[in-house]
Design a protein around this ligand. Structure first.
Ligand code: 8X3
Length: 250
């Protein structure tokens, strides 16, 4: 089998890092992209120092173009992992800058990188785009407002790509995890309030970044004719528990 290359955004921590480790173990060549170069360098050196490392904010369109122009190999797997949730305030009290940051990173940056890379995948008739969606894109919960809306965008964008790419060999998957512990996700969401962040995971067993990495490893090793359109994964302790009713005085 010829060696495949995966480009991973947000590769320095969490799901990105765990997936880098897993795809490395599966024999992939990696293009590791994140803002924190020292973390990428450390990861790369732990993986034998043979992968490409790019310090790049996915929101910086110029940096993305420079990165893509500098690539010396084709990208077989694009893992659009970089993204974040900021705040859990209700919509009337949310911080507007948080909303802009989530829309910019989760939607615009993901779409931009995909748009820039896609013509090469189409020209080669080869590639797999895996977008990190979320259960928040399907199920509304209190304080999820714009974060959930950005992930709904990612889901619909993924399905739209599939529609456009029908007739090519290119695959697109929207991967939609639920509660994941042991990553920076909650600390970022709670703006560094570690107590609040860790309270999300008390008395329950959340998913781990490694669970998602293993899933991605499975996705990218399916036969050529198999595409997983959407995949929703929750820990056993979590469920889409339905619509709620507000009762006055409660
Ligand atoms: C976030 C999923 O369950 O933590 O993408 O809100 S959850």
């Amino acid at each position: 089998m010829t060696q495949k290359t995966a480009l991973i955004t947000g590769a320095s921590v969490g799901i990105g890092e765990a997936t880098a480790r897993h795809l490395h173990a599966l024999g992939f060549s990696l293009i590791l992209v994140a803002r924190r170069k020292e973390k990428l360098d450390k990861l790369n050196s732990e993986l034998g120092g043979k992968h490409a490392v790019y310090e790049c904010d996915v929101n910086d369109k110029g940096a993305i173009l420079t990165l893509l122009e500098g690539l010396t190999c084709d990208v077989d797997v694009l893992l659009n992992n970089a993204g974040l949730a900021l705040g859990l305030d209700s919509a009337d009290k949310s911080n507007w800058d948080h909303w802009e940051t989530m829309i910019n990173t989760n939607c615009l940056a993901l779409a931009y990188l995909t748009r820039q890379l896609l013509p090469k995948m189409v020209a080669r008739n080869r590639g797999h785009i895996i977008n990190l969606g979320s259960i928040a894109g399907t199920y509304a919960y209190k304080g999820g407002n714009v974060y959930g809306a950005t992930k709904a965008f990612v889901e619909q964008f993924s399905l739209g790509l599939l529609a456009d790419l029908m007739g090519t060999a290119i695959k697109v998957t929207n991967l939609e995890p639920g509660l994941i512990g042991g990553t920076e996700f909650s600390n970022v969401r709670y703006e560094g309030d570690d107590d609040k962040a860790s309270s999300m995971y008390t008395n329950c067993q959340p998913l781990t970044a490694n669970d998602i990495a293993q899933t991605i490893g499975w996705l990218v090793t399916q036969p050529e004719h198999v595409n997983v359109n959407r995949m929703e994964i929750m820990p056993v302790c979590q469920a889409p528990a339905g619509v709620s009713v507000y009762k006055e005085g409660s």
